[in-house]
Design a protein around this ligand. Structure first.
Ligand code: 4AD
Ligand code: MG
Length: 467
């Protein structure tokens, strides 16, 4: 497709679907490699639309062939030429250039020279790393997963709700909030007791970056039935792991007239939809991950798309873990928070596929989860998957006003701040349920990438907010 202001530029991924010969093809992109042999220069040009890029042949008759032969890696070029069958191995077609315009030269110290670079180094040049094979593929997959998310929910009639990023309430009640303030940190206003007077702050009270859009989106479910959010969330948890970021994206569907089993059904269908879509839409990139990042990835994902996910209660999970004979760093017992090592042992070894763990002890879960009749557990679910661990956290919500109010009090949260949330339990309350899928965890799961810093364009983690 041609866009305004871009001449007749075509994306390389589309050019590769044409049958040669085709004259007057224009592509624009960045030079990955230059190779010269006798009077001919071979360029590999990539425009980000696919993994392989396009081989461009600059022959003797090209006016600026000499200059083209000396192009530096990373330079931006615009090429017009004829698409022909390639006589050499390695590609089916190539572009015989009739004109090469040098749009923007790369200085010779361009850091992405041909040798392989480690992910650690590439994180220090996050502004350039999308021009490498691995990151180009990661961000195409990420894009496909985002698109597939909207398709999945839109096709099912869910309404996309934009929940706020600045908020006054702590959804998870865990206190892992980044404060938003415009008070002068040198001399903030103080009250009679000498404490900072947040009532003089920008919004007239304490405000934070949201940890989850759930509470807001619940109010929309209780009126618009099936809804979802897809936005950035922020957590000031000091977790230095390969699966935690301080800023990450979350998809949070919420359904009225729905219980925990229905919630799990939706989570399973959605996860499978994402997996199936990337296998179909990103076949070239997925084959690359399978070869270079995680052997057997494609097979594993195919199996996920077909398997039915296991469902077991937390009590059962604890029994299975206790009985497994496995040595854990953290002890496992009823009431313990399952650690990553427990979650992974359960899903990878004991079950061997994705598993929903449900009905957790209420002490270790958030205040809004529906209390079960046993009075000990809540209608919670976590979806655990091999390699990544917790991919989804969700629950049926406490729809009974008085039970919810008591839970807010028991969690030592300020009831006044949750008045609007409690209101929904007085004005036509209904059973409802939802979950949050950590988008970066999903990208890790789909690509086999092992560090969350490598699946988000510009990662924010404790001690690191570059770019
Ligand atoms: O389990 P969590 O904390 O659940 C919630 O926030 C609920 N309000 C969701 C809901 O029911 N609407 O977070 C949901 C998911 C986790 O399962 C995990 O995949 C991801 O978000 N997640 C993180 N991802 C990256 N970095 C972090 N620090 C994360 N914390 C949670
Ligand atoms: Mg969780």
């Amino acid at each position: 497709m041609q866009s305004l202001g871009q001449g007749s530029r075509r994306r390389i991924v589309d050019v590769l679907t044409l049958s040669p010969p085709q004259e007057g093809i224009v592509v624009k992109g960045w030079v990955r490699t230059v190779r010269t042999s006798k009077q001919v220069a071979f360029l590999n040009v990539n425009d980000g639309s696919n993994l392989s890029g396009l081989q461009v042949v600059a022959g003797e008759d090209l006016e600026n062939r000499e200059e083209v032969g000396h192009l530096t890696t990373g330079s931006a070029v615009a090429i017009t030429g004829t698409l022909v069958e390639s006589p050499a191995k390695g590609q089916a077609v190539e572009l015989r250039a009739t004109a090469v315009e040098i749009v923007g030269k790369a200085d010779p110290d361009y850091p992405l020279q041909k040798k392989r670079h480690g992910f650690e180094f590439l994180r220090t040049i996050a502004h350039l790393r999308n021009r490498t094979n691995t990151y180009g593929a990661v961000f195409r997959v990420r894009n496909a997963l985002a698109h597939a998310t909207h398709c999945f929910f839109q096709d099912r009639g869910f309404v996309y709700v934009h929940t706020p990023i600045i908020t006054a309430s702590d959804c998870e009640g865990a206190g892992e909030l980044f404060r938003v303030s415009t008070l002068d940190p040198e001399s903030p206003p103080r009250n009679d007791q000498g404490q900072i007077d947040w009532s003089q702050d920008f919004f007239g009270g304490s405000t934070y970056l949201t940890v989850s859009g759930q509470l807001d989106v619940e109010t929309f479910a209780l009126g618009m039935s099936d809804v979802y959010t897809f936005g950035p969330t922020f957590r000031a948890e000091n977790s230095h792991t390969s699966r935690h970021a301080s800023e990450f994206w979350m998809i949070e569907p919420e359904m009225s007239f729905c219980d925990l089993a229905g919630d799990c059904d939706l989570a399973e269908a959605y996860t499978k939809h994402l997996v199936t879509t990337v296998l179909e839409r990103c076949a070239e990139d997925m084959a690359f991950f399978d070869e270079r990042v995680e052997k057997g990835l494609v097979e594993r994902l195919r199996a996920v798309a077909e398997a039915s996910f296991e469902r077991m209660t937390y009590a059962e999970a604890v029994r299975r873990l206790e009985g497994s004979g496995q040595e854990f760093e953290y002890p496992v017992y009823f009431g313990a928070n399952l650690q990553a090592e427990h979650e992974r042992h359960l899903t990878e070894t004991l079950v061997g596929r994705p598993v929903f763990v449900t009905d957790y002890p209420r002490e270790i879960k958030a205040f809004y989860m529906r209390r079960n009749d046993d009075d000990r557990t809540v209608a919670a679910m976590d979806l655990l998957v091999p390699k990544v661990g917790e991919l989804i956290g969700g629950s049926q919500r406490e729809e009974r006003h008085d039970v919810l109010k008591a839970a807010i009090e028991a969690a030592k949260l300020p009831v006044e701040a949750y008045q609007w949330y409690l209101d929904t339990r007085r004005f036509g309350t209904t059973p409802h349920a939802g979950f949050g899928l950590g988008f970066e965890r999903m990208v890790m799961y789909a690509t086999g990438m092992q560090n969350i810093r490598d699946v988000i364009p510009f990662p924010r983690t404790p001690g690191n907010c570059l770019f």
